[in-house]
Design a binder for this molecule. Structure first.
Ligand code: HPA
Length: 273
């Protein structure tokens, strides 16, 4: 058995030993979005450090634990805290937990993140449905020998974010009377934020928000056959002509405020996935 498959099996077996639940939906909580975890009726909480081959979470605003339980009647696995390439992990390492929740039985993946707003119509704290993405990260989580048992060598990116799930999210936002923006996410490596010239370029590329995560997870989800739905919370405004210094504590506080509205939306959406 190839090395990656062995590692996935070992991690999934360690989780199953602690909790026999089969999650239907997996959720990754981004910066400031850990509040969603509080809505879960938790059956098991497993620190990442106790799962074989999981990296350790080092980013501020990110916890490092896997929760298994129920959210609005849906069986869920919550990856509470994610990994970024700027922490020093390879993209394959960053996305390993996605493969593990797939092995546990998840069929749908919900990704959340904090992002800078490039679209001038966006306001601080807005939630945005990610309809498509642009990958500017160096490297790719699928680099290396492909294990055909895990997924195809050349996964297509025809529909990175599932159309049916996008429609469902729009419908629930409308029913809740919530403003849900929609647009393109661009992934950059970080950890520094961008220069004015870079924000101008990213907007010119057609992106609406910019962040340092999510795209590798979406690629691996495509590879292993998970349907994906993803959201950003706008935590800073990236208007090159009115740029202000950003303060990470402020970004996290805005993510927490905006994350509360997104969390309420997810509590309506997830039971329907
Ligand atoms: N740039 C990149 N990543 C981010 C930003 C940003 O402005 N805000 C939050 N995450």
């Amino acid at each position: 058995m190839p090395d990656l498959a062995k590692k996935i099996d070992a991690a999934a077996a360690a989780v199953r030993e602690r909790c026999g639940r089969t999650p239907r939906v997996a959720v990754v909580t981004g910066t400031g979005l850990g509040g969603l975890a509080e809505a879960v009726a938790v059956e098991a909480e497993i620190p990442y450090l106790e799962i074989p081959h999981f990296p350790a979470s080092t980013a501020p605003g990110h916890r490092g634990r896997l929760l298994l339980g129920e959210l609005g009647g849906a069986s869920v696995a919550v990856l509470d805290g994610r990994f970024h390439s700027y922490e020093g992990y390879t993209l394959a390492e960053c996305t390993f937990p996605i493969r593990v929740v797939r092995a546990l039985g998840a069929e749908t993946l919900v990704l959340t993140n904090a992002a800078g707003g490039l679209n001038p119509a966006f306001e601080l704290g807005d939630s945005m449905l990610i309809e498509d993405h642009i990958d500017l990260l160096p490297g790719n989580p699928l680099t290396g020998p492909n294990d055909d048992a895990l997924g195809p060598r050349f996964p297509d990116m025809f529909e990175p974010y599932d159309r049916g799930l996008l429609a469902l999210a729009r419908e629930e936002a409308a029913a809740a009377g919530m403003t849900l923006r929609e647009g393109v996410f661009v992934a950059v490596p970080g950890p520094n934020l961008e220069t004015r010239a870079e924000y101008r370029m990213l907007r010119g590329f057609g992106a609406d928000v910019v962040g340092m995560s999510t795209v590798p997870e979406c690629i691996v989800a495509k590879h292993c056959g998970l349907k994906t739905l993803a959201f950003s919370v706008v935590t800073d405004l990236c208007d090159p002509d009115r740029l202000e210094p950003v303060d990470i504590a402020k970004i996290i506080a805005t993510a927490e405020r905006g994350g509360a509205a997104l969390s309420a939306l997810l509590q309506r959406v997830i039971p329907r996935l």
